[in-house]
Design a protein around this ligand. Structure first.
Ligand code: UT7
Length: 335
């Protein structure tokens, strides 16, 4: 039979973040502790990154455990129960099971019933990628309420003796519940990738090399810090500008700036490039949380809400950037 039209499914006109939840593991790791394994100093780490402490998960605390802790807070903030979720999406690069996804395990752990569940691998841009996808699921009618979690246990894949990465990463989880909205509350995403720079942040050996016994050292991250720094400051700041333009607002209309917490100096350089007025509140969670990749944006937003630095209804510019290299930005209304 030809010409049969399939029944369409319409979604909500708009989507918004309904609630945020943050979880940091209890163990606080100082720069001095990091410097027990690398030739560095508390002073150098503070000056070059803005990091004073970070949190590391316990040996037996998994990515799913941390995600669940953040998710429960986000659900409570949104006033939604787990069984009302239609989709569970986890952004992570540190779930050390190739399959099944962290999302399926998380959905079950939360008692969410049988929602769609999948993981996204977009490194430090993961949360912003996930937000774009969640909004499209809702507007397309494939889901009404989506749980989105950015979670990383970077201590599992960081080499404590690598002077280029050991001081920068931390562990944690940040979650958001996203649902329908009467008004636009998640701006258009501006995203992309530059696969010519895959080597800039990369797992040092493949699982195959490890399996074949060519190395007995557990695979870990390697980063060309200067290359990523330059790219973030000179190329990616433009993406943030495009996200403002796409949302139809100017820097003066913005209340909050929440960039991926990669390095305090990158944040400061972006503020300059964007010409953000002093009235804009800027996320500086990196000082106490380190760089938690996909978790960093929701962790920072959670802290800012808890500490009353920002309030519901504020306009926030989010931008993520990292391994791929990938990037993603949008303006959102703070829940
Ligand atoms: O989250 C995903 C995206 N990632 C990022 O956005 C990270 C971007 N990159 C960075 O944040 C920075 O490049 C780092 C913090 C990783 C490094 O800072 P940097 O200012 O780019 O350092 P550098 O590599 O240019 O090195 C500057 C100096 C060198 O010494 P000399 O040659 O000036 O005497 C290095 O040998 O700092 C030295 N150095 C260190 N000193 C103490 C390099 N690493 C260390 C260290 N401790 N760990």
């Amino acid at each position: 039979m030809t010409g049969m039209a399939l029944a369409p499914r319409a979604g909500a006109q708009y989507a918004r973040i309904l609630g945020i939840g943050a979880y940091r593991p209890s163990r606080v790791v100082t720069n001095d502790e990091i410097c027990e394994h690398i030739d560095s100093s508390d002073e150098w780490i503070r000056e070059r990154t803005g990091i004073i402490t970070r949190h590391f998960a316990d040996e037996d605390e998994s990515v799913v455990d941390m995600a669940a802790a953040a998710a429960e807070k986000a659900l409570a903030a949104a006033g939604i129960s787990a069984d009302q979720l239609d989709a569970v999406v986890v952004c992570t690069v540190t779930h050390l099971l190739q399959t099944p996804s962290a999302a399926a395990e998380l959905a079950f752990k939360l008692g969410a019933g049988t929602p769609a569940a999948f993981d996204i691998s977009a490194a430090c841009a993961g949360f912003s990628y996930g937000l774009a996808i969640a909004q499209d699921l809702i507007r397309g009618g494939s889901a009404t309420r989506v749980l989105l979690v950015g979670v990383e246990k970077l201590s599992d894949i960081t080499d404590p003796t690598d002077r280029g990465t050991a001081f920068i990463f931390g562990d944690g989880a940040g979650a958001a519940v996203i649902g329908p909205s009467d008004t636009p509350a998640i701006g258009p995403v501006v995203w992309g990738s530059d696969g010519a720079q895959t080597e800039a942040i990369i797992q040092d050996v493949t699982w195959r090399v490890f399996r074949n016994g060519a190395t007995h050292k557990f695979p870990s991250l390697r980063m060309n810090g200067q290359q990523v720094f330059r790219w973030a400051v000179y190329e990616i700041a433009k993406v943030a500008r495009e996200a403002l333009d796409s949302a139809g607002i100017g820097a003066d209309d913005l209340d909050v700036f929440i960039p991926h917490q990669a390095n305090m100096r990158i944040t400061d350089a972006m503020i300059k490039q964007l010409g953000l007025p002093e009235s804009v509140v800027v996320a500086r969670d990196i000082a106490e949380t380190g760089n938690t990749s996909a978790a960093s944006i929701p962790l920072a937003m959670g802290r800012m809400l808890e500490e009353g630095q920002i309030k519901s209804g504020d306009l926030a510019l989010l931008i993520g950037f990292g391994a791929g290299l990938v990037y993603s930005a949008q303006v959102v209304v703070v829940p």
